[in-house]
Ligand binder design. Structure first.
Ligand code: MIG
Length: 811
């Protein structure tokens, strides 16, 4: 992209601004369209030396590319995996403008100056360039300015802190190791240059596919416009029309990919700390979970299990029987996850294979002079794999061979921003050289933000090769759009404060709509030590976060569920058990996320875009479609005011019914977290187990909450292989119908190519004000049912339930 700076072509105008700031900074803006060329998927417009392409990527998605010097670079993306499927187009040109109609979306380019807008079929403007600021550039920098309606809200950008609605703030994307981040800290660990604009129930999405340091300003600079841009790279963005926010998340994740189905065990409770050592301590932790009957599935080993912090080594002094420990844990139902940071210790002449083989294979990032770049991290002087090369990723992936062979179940890739010590910028110099597979190279400016993603890509793909039948579990800290294809993620180094507990939900919600369904934060907080109440409240909400992982820093107090005495332990255990009881619902929701991109943890506006009172709700969330969670995130609860989303909702704990707009005032005691179920939900649940691999002792549990649009579903498979891709799954749809004097619940098996652990189903039907006069299963009247007058619930068992059946209550 070099060489165009300073070249001012015909038709290129520097637009004067009211305040003069942008112009004063030397921005060149697009001028007048002089030539229109029709392409098979859109148009190419020439304006001075610049060219603009507006193409229909597929139904509902337009793409805009601008090249200031008239030559488009080779089309390439780290993020986008979908190929264009241009829909049928209609292109009309008039004196004033060019209109491209694709399905229900219309892109219009005004000719003088060149301004782009997008409208729906009815002609409503969804997104428009700010009239006084056509797209522009300044040296290598590129920028887009958009009109900002006064009632528009902005969501997304991945792991940004603070309120979920990004309006009135500005953000930078430059992956950064930000220990102890606060709500005003920016940038953080990830770069997700995607947002949703939402106004009066109508949404659109924008994905600015640019890996350089980028900025998004949602009205901080001006109340009239918002803007985004980058310090280099291509001006290249996708516009997604919606209008439902859900559709945008589906479209964005079709574009950048969806998370593969994780192993079932990774959805269980995860225990971590920096660091469990020596071996006897780790064994004690695992044993304590089993002794206390607190369910758990995983234990993590942080950097201290390694010899001198060198990745892929084991400190034998701390872990004399490491391999045996892993298999012992496995026989107790515990999966082991190891941290494997990407910095390879520069350990010459000691037979350290990762370094020696890396040098031999020439896989490390280079200085401009061709030598390997050396930076200091945990192991001291370290070198850094050049993950943008396929052969480096292959080499990296092969490093997991021994650990995989030992039965290590998952891997944690930390520090992959990349984080480097003793440097003011915390990362590698901007002129380091990253090679690409086509033989060209890019400097760190272009690659920094994708470095972590390519790191976990290498880990994921390596594990796929080493263990083709096992679903990998990889946890990453840094990411670029698309990293969800390879790894789950967490929110980095939070702190043990009430404020951080409250900040967790909006950040996780934002990550969810930004394409990452498998997310969690450090339960209890990383920096510092939580008070007993804070840790307990954190365990409560964490039970309904997609990844449920307790973690804390070195030198902090112990943070396992049993610290702070038996009362706290009992509450924490109750919520961990709740999560295991909800596992069939949770897993069904995760499987849905892998097909649709819709996250399990959803902002209310995702399901109820018309309910604008939730546009600024940073406390509550939906867990799947059917659970509404109003976690307690403050220390002094006098009263918790709860407003429910539209519809009718049942209190999960009391089964009391509540309506939309009803003001609920609660005084949740420490052991209570407000939780509601949508009237119309059918929740598949199970008996408590100590780990996901344990066969539940008892039937499948179905909780039926009669109401509108009454349905639920269940997805099950073997939980760890790829047999599901060959169709070895169980899919059941449940529905219910309420009519005067009766309720009918129906099970309809969609696919039965996997044998679940249950045969019978224990069905609870809520909302029964009186006992039924008759209960039928299929056509037979049954008598062994029970009516609970306080919960208004009827319970019964369907003995042979992995099939189609119906239950009918008559009142
Ligand atoms: O410089 O591996 O965010 O979860 O425990 C700190 C030690 C490096 C940062 C991670 C944290 C992890 C810690 N790591």
């Amino acid at each position: 992209m070099a060489g165009f700076a300073g070249r001012v072509g015909i038709g290129l105008v520097a637009v004067a601004l009211g305040c003069g700031t942008a112009a004063a900074q030397g921005w060149q803006h697009l001028g007048k369209v002089q030539r229109v060329e029709k392409l098979k998927d859109g148009v190419e417009l020439s304006a001075g030396s610049a060219k603009v392409r507006i193409t229909a990527f597929r139904d509902g998605i337009f793409r805009v590319r601008v090249t200031p010097n008239g030559t488009f670079p080779k089309d390439f993306s780290w993020a986008v995996i979908e190929s264009p499927q241009p829909p049928a187009l209609q292109i009309e040109e008039s004196q004033k403008e060019i209109r491209i109609t694709a399905g229900s979306v219309i892109a219009t380019a005004q000719k003088s100056p060149l301004l782009v807008d997008f409208k729906d079929a009815a002609g409503n403007v969804l997104l428009a360039d700010e009239s006084s600021l056509p797209m522009g550039w300044n040296g290598q920098r590129i920028h887009v300015w958009k009109k900002m309606p006064s009632d528009e809200n902005y969501y997304g950008l991945g792991d940004k802190a603070g309120p979920m609605n990004r309006r009135n703030r500005s953000f930078t994307n430059w992956n950064t190791d930000e220990f102890g981040w606060q709500e005003s800290s920016d940038p953080l660990y990830k770069t997700i240059p995607f947002f949703i604009g939402l106004r009066k129930g109508t949404a659109y999405g924008v994905f600015f596919d640019n890996t350089y340091r980028s900025t998004f300003d949602f009205g901080k600079e001006s109340a009239d416009y918002f803007s985004f841009g980058a310090e280099g790279g291509e001006l290249n963005y996708y516009f997604m029309a919606g209008p439902e926010p859900k559709k945008i998340v589906e479209e964005y994740t079709a574009l950048t990919g969806r998370s593969p189905l994780p192993p079932f065990w990774s959805l269980g409770y995860q225990q971590c700390r920096y660091s469990y050592y020596p071996e006897s301590r780790a064994r004690e932790i695992v044993r304590t979970f089993r002794d206390k009957k607190i369910p758990a599935d995983t234990i993590y080993f942080d950097i201290d299990y390694q010899q001198d912090y060198a990745p892929f080594t084991i400190n034998r002094e701390y872990f004399p029987t490491f391999e045996k420990m892993i298999s012992d844990f496995r026989s107790q139902g515990f999966h082991t996850i190891l941290i494997t940071d990407l910095h390879i210790k520069k350990n010459t002449d000691h037979g350290y294979a990762p370094y020696d083989s890396g040098i031999r294979n020439d896989v490390f990032v280079k200085n401009p002079d061709g030598s390997a770049y050396v930076g200091k991290v945990w192991p001291g002087d370290s070198v850094f794999p050049d993950f943008t090369l396929a052969r480096t990723r292959d080499w990296w992936g092969s490093l997991y061979k021994d650990f995989a062979g030992m039965g290590v179940a998952g891997f944690w890739n930390d520090m992959n921003e990349p984080s480097i010590f003793f440097r003011a910028d915390k990362t590698m110099p901007l002129d380091t050289v990253h090679r690409l597979d086509d033989g060209t190279a890019r400097d760190h400016r272009a690659i920094h933000n994708v470095f972590g993603m390519e790191n976990v890509r290498a880990t994921y793909e390596g594990l796929r090769k080493l263990q083709p039948e096992e679903r990998p579990f990889v946890l990453t800290r840094a990411a670029y759009s698309g990293a969800q294809r390879y790894a789950a993620t967490w929110t980095g180094d939070n702190s043990s404060t009430w404020n951080h507990l409250a900040m967790s939900t909006p950040m996780l919600l934002s990550l969810g709509i930004s394409g990452f369904p498998l997310i969690g934060d450090d339960i209890g907080g990383f920096a510092g030590s939580p008070t007993a109440d804070l840790l307990t409240r954190w365990f409560e909400v964490g039970a309904l976060n997609p990844i449920y992982r307790d973690h804390t820093a070195k030198g902090t107090a112990d943070q396992e569920p049993w610290v702070h005495g038996p009362e706290h332990e009992a509450i924490r255990k109750k919520f961990i058990e709740l999560r295991y009881q909800l596992m069939p619902y949770l897993y069904t929701g995760v499987e849905e996320a892998t097909r649709t991109g819709l996250p399990l943890m959803r902002p209310v506006f995702l399901e109820y875009p018309q309910a604008s009172e939730f546009y600024g709700d940073n406390r509550d969330f939906l867990f799947g479609r059917d659970l509404f969670v109003a976690p307690v995130t403050t220390e002094m609860v006098d009263a918790e005011e709860i407003s429910l989303p539209p519809g009718v909702w049942y209190d999960y704990w009391t089964s009391e019914k509540h309506a939309y707009k009803e003001k609920i005032n609660l005084h949740p005691r420490l052991e209570e977290m407000p939780l509601y179920v949508r009237a119309g939900a059918i929740l598949p649940m199970q008996p408590v187990v100590q780990y996901t691999g344990e066969t539940p002792n008892g039937p499948l549990q179905l909780r039926v909450y009669p109401g509108n649009d009454c349905r639920g579903s269940l997805y099950q498979d073997d939980g760890h292989t790829f047999a599901y891709q060959k169709g070895e799954v169980l899919r059941v749809n449940y529905s219910c119908k309420v009519s005067a004097g009766s309720v009918t619940v129906t099970s309809s098996v969609d696919k039965r190519a996997f044998q679940p652990w249950w045969r019978s189903a224990h069905v609870t039907i809520y909302g029964a004000a009186v006992a039924p006069t008759e209960v039928r299963v299929d056509d037979g009247v049954i008598h062994d049912w029970h009516y609970d007058g306080q919960a208004h619930a009827v319970t019964l068992t369907v003995p042979d339930a992995v099939k189609n059946w119906s239950v009918r209550l008559t009142f």
